[in-house]
Design a protein around this ligand. Structure first.
Ligand code: MG
Ligand code: ZN
Length: 406
């Protein structure tokens, strides 16, 4: 054999070898299990069947989407990402009241110092229109107090209210009235409720007002601001007008169904009282414990809280449909649990869900809007925009308030 032929043979061998390698690699890709419809075995998710399904009545679309916005009702489902909403929907015969708030957007939830926000920073962004550090309530990252939409609304003659299925001093409601560098300063937060800017609050947390480290009781201070103090739901039903401080539990409010219809009932009472103001009102309602269901990685806890929140949304939408001058916004501060919905039997209320964390996640969360001005909430934007969009909806002249500039 000549040298040339030897080299040629070697060349052919190499080409064949690499050809064979390519073919093997191609075969490997082709035989990937998922391409044959076979999937990696995974542990079963957590299955829960609710008995608390509710029928969703038809909510008429708003007659005049260009009507003047007199009232804003902001409903915050703490920890309510798309999966939590869909878990509720899937467990409730494929229907939710939230679906009627069909101007839909997403808000990005990162805080000033963390991609993964907490409820204090998230609440403050929506309440005050600024990014702040996790844990901060109604303050920027340099500990400057920032006026909230509730406080601005009050200064413009609106009646204002806060309702929460937790301590009223907890991070989310606190973001709308208090200004402290730590969400854990519950007793300091309580002092901010002695306010001319606030007309009504309903939630738990009585101990932060009258079993304090400084052994003060804030109840007489609340009374001096004109609040009627209420400690039971029975008493609350009797109240028909005026300022209301309803502290219905020493600590947090119980979970659903232990607390019964606390959230829809309290929301209706808030609307009944605040809507008596000729100049309109601002109300924030929090479904506080969707978040706690996520932290617990409990499908049951998430579904029951989600459905209770949706029944509350239903009450609000019925009022708004009737009223015609009320903008309703339903959103969350962040997602909790990294939840996913894997399977469901919507008629039976049966749901299989899984979680990826016991903490919050960084995913964007949905914003649903209904009523005049709802179109402004479509799109993808930062959580601070929720504040600016509400401010624009109310058409306040805020040219002098520096912290309201974008
Ligand atoms: Mg909260
Ligand atoms: Zn949380």
């Amino acid at each position: 054999m000549t040298q040339k032929i030897k080299i040629l043979l070697l060349f052919i061998l190499i080409v064949q070898f690499s050809w064979a390698q390519t073919t093997t690699a191609t075969k490997e890709v082709k035989t990937k299990a998922y391409l044959k419809g076979e999937y990696k075995k995974e542990a079963k998710g957590k299955v829960y069947t609710t008995k608390n399904q509710h029928k969703v009545e038809v909510i008429a679309p708003i007659a005049n989407p260009k009507a003047q916005i007199k009232n804003i009702i902001l409903l915050i489902g703490d920890g309510m990402g798309v999966s939590e909403v869909f878990a509720g929907l899937s467990a409730n015969n494929d229907q939710l009241y939230i679906e009627y708030a069909n101007r839909i957007g997403f808000q990005k939830t990162k805080s000033k110092n963390k991609y993964k926000t907490d409820s204090a920073a998230g609440g403050t962004s929506m309440a005050c229109g600024i990014k702040t550090n996790n844990g901060f309530v109604g303050m920027d990252a340099d500990s400057n107090s920032v006026e909230s939409i509730l406080e601005t609304a009050a200064k413009h003659g609106k009646a204002t209210g806060l309702v929460a299925a937790a301590k009223i001093t907890h991070a989310t409601p606190a973001s709308f009235i208090a200004h402290v560098p730590s969400r854990k300063q519950y007793e300091d937060i309580a002092e901010f409720f002695i306010s001319d800017d606030l007309d009504l609050f309903i939630g738990g947390g009585l101990d932060d007002f009258n079993k304090r480290e400084d052994s003060r009781t804030l109840l007489p201070d609340l009374e001096s601001k004109g609040f009627q103090i209420v400690k039971t739901e029975e008493e609350l039903i009797e109240i028909k007008e005026g300022k209301v401080a309803a502290l219905l539990s020493s600590g947090h409010i119980a979970k659903y169904p232990v607390r019964g219809e606390f959230l829809p009932n309290s929301t209706n009472k808030a609307i009944e009282i605040l809507s008596q103001n000729d100049q309109g009102f601002f109300l924030m309602v929090e479904g506080s414990q969707i978040d706690w269901g996520g932290h617990d990685n409990s499908v049951e806890y998430v579904v029951e809280e989600m459905l209770d929140f949706d029944r509350t949304v239903g009450e609000v939408l019925k009022f708004a449909a009737d009223d015609g001058n009320t903008l309703v916004i339903i959103t969350a501060d962040h997602e909790t649990g990294g939840m996913s919905v894997h399977d469901a039997n919507p008629e039976k209320g049966r749901l299989e869900g899984r979680f990826t964390t016991g903490s919050h996640t960084s995913v964007m969360v949905p914003v649903f809007a209904y009523g005049p001005g709802a179109d402004a909430f479509m799109g993808i934007y930062e959580n601070t925009e929720v504040f600016h969009k509400m401010l624009e909806a109310f058409k306040f002249d805020t040219s002098k308030a520096s912290n309201h500039k974008k």
